[in-house]
Design a binder for this molecule. Structure first.
Ligand code: BEZ
Length: 218
């Protein structure tokens, strides 16, 4: 079977998140307004009333206090109608007591899915892949994940990545492999000989080599 050409744009890390207006479960929404003064996690799921998606959306809903504490708003998306979304949210709430309070975009015309590279025809021509975009309060895309239809995402990793980005911004540091909150962070390599001398004299740092040093942050 021939693959239909789908005009997707693929946003990149560092791009300004493409703006859009959409119908959502909490009403009509303009993304750039929603993103004002807070981080946003925009994520897509392939379809309502499907098992993996239900576990993922419940995972996001169960972490609402965490995301609020980290100044982060959630917004979901799938290529389903608003009626389907409302029926699914209601069904999950009735069956499990978990309410998806964050807005879910009804992207029937695939406008937002195409803007964010969520339609990947080798995987599906009609359903969005499992995408995650972490967008900072200036509107810049800071992290992107794409997962296929048959593998659910990892909530611990999404939370870890968000904390890592926010900590990196606050302390101007980088995070090593498998970094977890509380672990030491990586400080930038010196760019001058004077900087190197200062680095060598700094007894607070864990210095593995001149370009690789770690420190604790409070
Ligand atoms: C699911 O969420 O279970 C699912 C959705 C679309 C394709 C495969 C699995």
């Amino acid at each position: 079977m021939e693959t239909q050409e789908i005009k997707n744009t693929m946003p990149r890390i560092g791009d300004i998140a493409p703006d859009f207006e959409a119908i959502t479960t909490t009403g009509n929404l303009k993304f750039s307004d929603y993103n004002k003064e807070s981080w946003v996690i925009l994520f897509s799921h392939p379809a309502d009333f499907t098992p993996v998606c239900t576990t993922e959306m419940s995972g996001f809903a169960n972490e609402s206090n965490f995301f609020e504490k980290h100044n982060t708003k959630l917004i979901g998306l799938s290529i389903d109608s608003i009626h389907s979304h409302i029926a699914w949210v209601n069904a999950v709430d009735e069956k499990t007591g978990v309410l998806f309070e964050f807005p879910i975009i009804a992207d029937l015309d695939m406008k937002v899915a195409k803007l964010y590279g969520m339609l990947q025809p080798g995987e599906s021509e009609t359903a969005a892949v499992r995408a995650v975009f972490i967008i900072d309060p200036t509107g810049k895309i800071r992290l992107i994940m794409y997962y296929p239809l048959n593998v659910g995402r990892n909530m611990d990793e999404i939370k870890r990545a968000l904390i890592a980005l926010q900590t990196s911004d606050e302390h101007k540091v980088a995070m090593p492999l498998n970094w977890q909150p509380g672990d030491k962070v990586i400080v930038g390599a010196p760019k001058t000989l004077e900087g190197l001398a200062a680095r060598k004299a700094d007894t607070e740092l864990e210095q593995i080599d001149w370009y690789l040093a770690k420190k604790s942050i409070g």
